[in-house]
Design a protein around this ligand. Structure first.
Ligand code: PLP
Length: 390
């Protein structure tokens, strides 16, 4: 026993205690209000204290919390039907966190090749500067040197190539290659939306070499980029899609979607998750999807996104000595800054605007909920303005 903080020191944690949330706002223990342009890192996409989602969760918690996947779970069935109807996918697997969805995807890529007789094909091509979570497999697929240090040996069979270099990707394909795993928008890596032509070329290469293509949409999925899934804007479909973060609006929930061709490699007993798809999580998932089906919400979000982009570019034009670039799409934006992004982040939070930074400490990241209004954008821009002006 010591007097130290009993919580593992894995985060740069601020002493501010958040005690309440409402829409796009968080309130601390002193009732100070913060405009939440981080959404718990792309999680509370529909805002805090959402009436419809709260209601669905309350209903379900009085009915049934948990039930093993030994039984048919009606809410799970319904969520899978809706997700597959709205996407390229034929099947869904549910789990509880982003890394679990990516682990599932990595296993599916290998096992698909294995069950199709290509037992030597178990290598996966990834992109440099990618992020896929913190398990050993996910760190092997992405993750920077700092996140990997001291955790070796990592898994074999991952080759990272530079993003947007199709020749490098093609050159990396060998007899051992099983699939390609990438984020359509590299988010933790600094908010880099990948060129759509490049992504279509990646798709064509995957097709040509019979590789399994997986898009990691843990951060970009569920409305973050302006469509339910980011891939819809690219014009190609992956074979596997990973989802988490926004899918549960704060409830621990994740999914891995896939085609029937991929799904055929899994048989009862070959994969699983105890909590995956439990009734509480599925009730929330369905309610989040209900809310995202609102054409008004999406129309409004598209308008606000364009307005936010315009305002951010104006800010960059006004402060060239601080800001070197603005990148983003939908409701994920990066402000590349000349000095430590963490310093700017702390000043924003102090001013009442919650933003995050990406892992390289050179990019401030804005991840507002889809429900923000024009006035809230104006407020955020005014606070950013003050921070850059100081
Ligand atoms: C956050 C993230 C993950 C990991 O999700 P966890 O829920 O933290 O395990 C994986 N991939 C991407 C693209 C992410 O942004």
């Amino acid at each position: 026993m010591t007097n130290q903080n009993p919580i593992l020191n894995a985060y740069f944690r601020l002493p501010i205690q958040m005690v309440r949330g409402d829409g796009a706002y968080l309130f601390d223990a002193e009732e100070k209000q913060y405009l939440d342009f981080a959404s718990g890192i792309a999680v509370t996409t529909l805002g805090h204290n959402h009436a419809h989602i709260n209601h669905a969760l309350e209903q379900q918690l009085r009915t049934l919390w948990h039930c093993a996947n030994l039984f048919t779970i009606p809410e799970q069935q319904r969520f899978a039907e809706r997700l597959t109807e709205k996407s390229f996918a034929d099947r869904a697997f549910f789990c509880s966190s982003g890394l679990e969805a990516v682990e599932t995807a990595i296993k599916l890529i290998r096992r698909y090749q294995y069950t199709n007789g290509h037992t030597r094909r178990n290598h996966i091509i990834t992109l440099e500067n990618g992020f896929h979570g913190r398990s050993l497999a996910c760190l092997s697929a992405g993750g920077n040197d700092y996140a990997r240090e001291g955790f070796g040996p990592l898994l074999e069979g991952f080759t990272a190539v530079p993003a947007e270099d199709i020749a490098a990707l093609e050159a990396a394909i060998t007899d051992h290659t099983a699939g390609i795993l990438l984020e359509p928008v590299q988010s933790e890596g600094g908010v880099y939306p990948l060129d759509h032509t490049y992504l279509r070329e990646v798709h064509a290469l995957a097709d040509k070499h019979a590789l399994v293509l997986c898009f990691d949409e843990v951060q970009t999925g569920f409305g973050r980029t302006g469509s339910l899934f980011a891939y819809e804007q690219i014009g190609v479909t992956p074979d596997i899609l990973t989802l988490a973060k926004g899918i549960g609006n704060g409830f621990p929930l994740a999914a891995c979607l896939m085609t029937d061709a991929v799904a055929a490699c899994i048989t009862p007993g070959s994969h699983g998750s105890t909590y995956g798809g439990n009734p509480l999580a599925m009730a929330v998932g369905n309610a989040v999807l209900d809310a995202l089906e609102s054409p008004e919400l999406l129309r409004n979000a598209a308008e606000i996104s364009a307005y936010l982009a315009e305002q951010l570019h104006a800010l960059a034009a006004e402060f060239p000595s601080h800001i070197t670039a603005i990148r983003g799409v939908g409701h994920i934006w990066g402000i590349e800054v000349k000095r430590s992004a963490r310093d700017y982040m702390l000043r924003c939070i102090n001013a009442g605007l919650i933003v995050t930074k990406t892992s390289n400490d050179r990019v401030l990241r804005l991840l507002p909920p889809l429900i923000i209004t024009r006035t809230q954008v104006d407020d955020a821009i005014a606070m950013l303005h003050n921070v850059f002006d100081a």
